[in-house]
Design a binder for this molecule. Sequence first.
Ligand SMILES: Nc1ncnc2c1ncn2[C@@H]1O[C@H](COP(=O)(O)OP(=O)(O)OP(=O)(O)O)[C@@H](O)[C@H]1O
Ligand SMILES: [Mg+2]
Length: 244
Amino acid sequence: MSKKTFVGPHDLTPIQFKDLSVILGQKIILDKINCKIKSNSITAVLGPNGAGKSIFLQTINGLFSIQSGRLNFNLMEINQEIRKQQAMVFQNPVLLRRTVIANLQFISNLRNKESNRLLKKILSKVGLEGYEKKPARLLSGGEKQRLSMARALIINPNLLLLDEPTANLDPYSLKLIEDLVLEENSIGKTIIFTTHDMSQAKRLATDVIFLNKGKVLEQTISKTFFKSPKTLEAQKYINGEILI
Ligand SMILES: Nc1ncnc2c1ncn2[C@@H]1O[C@H](COP(=O)(O)OP(=O)(O)OP(=O)(O)O)[C@@H](O)[C@H]1O
Ligand SMILES: [Mg+2]
């Protein structure tokens, strides 16, 4: 693969994994991953508990060192500029022990110093209008998750990494977040998310990567995956059967 040096604002995709392995402790968590995430796609990373989905997202986010293989963003290796164009919503969001609005201001001050008006607009997008002064630690699980989504949106990332972003949400909030995902995608963002909600994956995803025990067993467009999964593992997973 040739290397590029220039990093423009829309330069992160395609994202390519080439024989990539991540080992934590003594355990191979991601095992020779080969896959490609297309520009402006919405990719669902699916698989059972412990398959490696969160580590997969966090590896893209530059949080783990790669033992072997490569990860390229539009032919470039990860660097600070590339990391700055990504935003990640973690499975277990970590918030500052400050108010809701202070959590947003903190991120905004590090980056683009958005006006409070815009921060409030983003809060209302995630259904948290009127929550500005509430201490973040007092939010419910679902509210924390939505605040975490708001924090991600503030930096206007080209790539959104969402780790089970609706796991704790009620149906109204779930729809709110799904609509936001589609809206962000419609304005050119590439989105990679994980979920155990197969209906959600069908509603949102253009592409699917199916992981099991740290390996990519399938990568295909979403319709094909749900209509005719190739592997027995994926068939079982979709049908809610146990994978051994
Ligand atoms: N820091 C770590 N050190 C060692 N092993 C880890 C670490 N983090 C995760 N693991 C292991 O890596 C494997 C993959 O974990 P990961 O969190 O990516 O799974 P997942 O697919 O996101 O599962 P879930 O659906 O439960 O969220 C698991 O076996 C887990 O125990
Ligand atoms: Mg996970």
